[in-house]
Design a protein around this ligand. Structure first.
Ligand SMILES: Nc1ncnc2c1ncn2[C@@H]1O[C@H](COP(=O)(O)OP(=O)(O)OP(=O)(O)O)[C@@H](O)[C@H]1O
Length: 459
């Protein structure tokens, strides 16, 4: 192409470009320079065209670039007018390896602006890391094995199982009544595992409105649906990547979400709503439920395939009434916690402790914790009294009411019968254990069971 034609061609291409650009011939003469570059240098086209680059701009290193045929990319350069920029100098070589010219371009024509942008980016990065750390802190497992109070046999067994479960990566289903400590155990499994440096994300399936479940689980992109937060949102699975996700109340998950969850567990990847980018997942899933999932499967309310996928390993946490010996330890720890939080010292006398130990605790440890806190608040003095206990607990503990016109013998028999029934319940109907707890010979227990017709009532 002739110089004139080339110049015309470049004008069409580069004159409207807001980036300074020029072309040189093989001897370093400027054959084209765009308007933006002229403005930057404060020169007119006539002062520049056809002249050797160093005559126009004495600081230019372009002649060396042409001489050594070596491209220089993103170099900082100070021009004779004092302006600083990031420049590219590229030698142009033809197919026969001959040098035919050079191409120059300024990336940032205002170095100060670049510095500001870089500083701004650095600041944003720092802030982003700060938020990331905060989010990571929020998504940490707070409890470890040491926080799980209980020395009863079933608790010791459950705690030692935690260590085994932590060693592998399979999904776990934790079963137990409400308030037994399922979430606490999930935290402990994560903390004992190799994933403990990664997030622990907890999500309660029954607490999220059905229409938001998918967005919460898998996240969404900006404008994915009406009401979606600007900028989109990361899903809990992505948030838990590398760590553990705890899906509480899994039995309450609607069927359509069960299908989606199954897909994620099978594929080990997730796609945000409104996006087509696949995110690979490495997340351990721990689920919990107080419902009978097998029954839900039989009723068609829970997918069988999902049940088997979640229930690879399981952990059964017994209700508090089956491990009453843990009650004094738990009460003591809740009283200490109350003292630490409020500075109010409380003591639980034996008669109050006995009542607490005999109550059945349908709400398990959560209920016990609440009641202990309540009686600590109610107490007028350091020593808590029976009167500080809620009536509901007192009524249920003193179940043995005698009917009018009953003689002492009959009343005593009723009391004896009640005690035997509750001890048998406590011992899971193990008669030898019950006899030893009641401190009577086994034969006496059998006789009384028959006498009071307990076995048939107990079935
Ligand atoms: N062994 C324990 N030692 C100390 N605190 C416990 C213990 N078990 C449970 N808790 C406490 O009791 C409360 C209820 O525990 P958690 O939430 O883990 O029960 P959950 O079985 O998951 O209940 P839900 O089924 O209702 O979700 C929490 O405050 C927890 O810290």
């Amino acid at each position: 192409m002739k110089t004139k034609e080339f110049n015309f061609f470049c004008k069409n291409l580069f004159d409207k470009l807001p980036v300074p650009v020029d072309f040189l011939d093989k001897d370093g003469r400027i054959v084209y320079i765009n308007r933006c570059f002229l403005e930057f240098l404060g020169l007119n086209e006539e002062d520049v065209l056809g002249r050797v680059v160093t005559e126009v701009e004495p600081t230019s290193k372009f002649l060396e670039t042409l001489k050594y045929r070596q491209a220089e990319v993103a170099k900082r350069h100070v021009f004779s007018n004092g302006k600083e920029a990031i420049v590219h100098r590229i030698p142009i070589i033809d197919e026969k390896d001959n040098l035919i010219g050079g191409f120059g371009m300024l990336l940032f024509d205002d170095y100060e602006k670049l510095k500001q942008v870089t500083e701004q980016i650095e600041k944003i990065h720092k802030e982003l890391n700060l938020y990331k750390n905060e989010i990571a802190k929020m998504n940490r497992a707070k409890y470890s094995l040491a926080d799980i109070i209980g020395e009863s046999k079933p608790m010791k067994q459950a705690k030692s199982k935690v260590k085994k479960l932590a060693r592998v990566n399979s999904n776990i289903l934790i079963i137990g009544e409400s308030g037994v400590g399922k979430e606490l155990f999930a935290h402990a499994i994560h903390n004992e595992s190799e994933r403990n440096e990664f997030p622990f994300v907890s999500i309660n399936c029954s607490a999220i409105p059905e229409n938001l479940l998918e967005a919460e689980f898998f996240g969404y992109e900006d404008g994915a649906f009406t009401g979606a937060r600007k900028g989109g949102n990361i899903g809990k699975f992505e948030l838990a990547n590398g760590g553990t996700i705890f899906l509480d109340e899994i039995g309450d998950m609607p069927l359509y979400m069960q299908a989606k969850l199954l897909r994620v567990l099978q594929e080990k990847e997730v796609v945000r709503i409104g996006s087509n980018k696949v995110v690979k997942l490495d997340v351990r899933v721990i689920c919990a439920t107080h419902k009978n999932l097998e029954q839900l499967v039989n009723e068609g309310k829970f997918r069988e395939d999902l049940y088997y996928r979640l229930n690879v390993l399981s952990l059964d946490i017994p209700p508090l009434r089956q491990r009453r010996e843990d009650i004094p330890l738990l009460v003591q720890s809740f009283v200490e916690k109350f003292y630490k939080e409020t500075g109010l010292y409380r003591e639980i006398p034996e008669e109050v402790m006995n009542i607490l130990c005999n109550y059945d605790w349908p709400g398990n440890i959560r209920e016990l914790k609440n009641i202990v806190e309540r009686i600590c608040v109610n107490a007028d003095d350091t020593e808590v009294t029976v009167n500080d206990l809620p009536a509901a607990i007192l009524n249920k503990t003193f179940r043995i009411e005698h009917k009018k016109n009953q003689g002492l013998k009959e009343i005593m028999e009723n009391i004896e019968k009640e005690i035997i029934i509750s001890t048998l319940k406590e011992c899971n109907n193990n008669k030898s254990l019950a006899a030893s707890k009641l401190n009577i010979p086994r034969a006496s227990l059998y006789r009384k069971i028959e006498e009071y017709n307990i076995e048939s009532e107990n079935k």
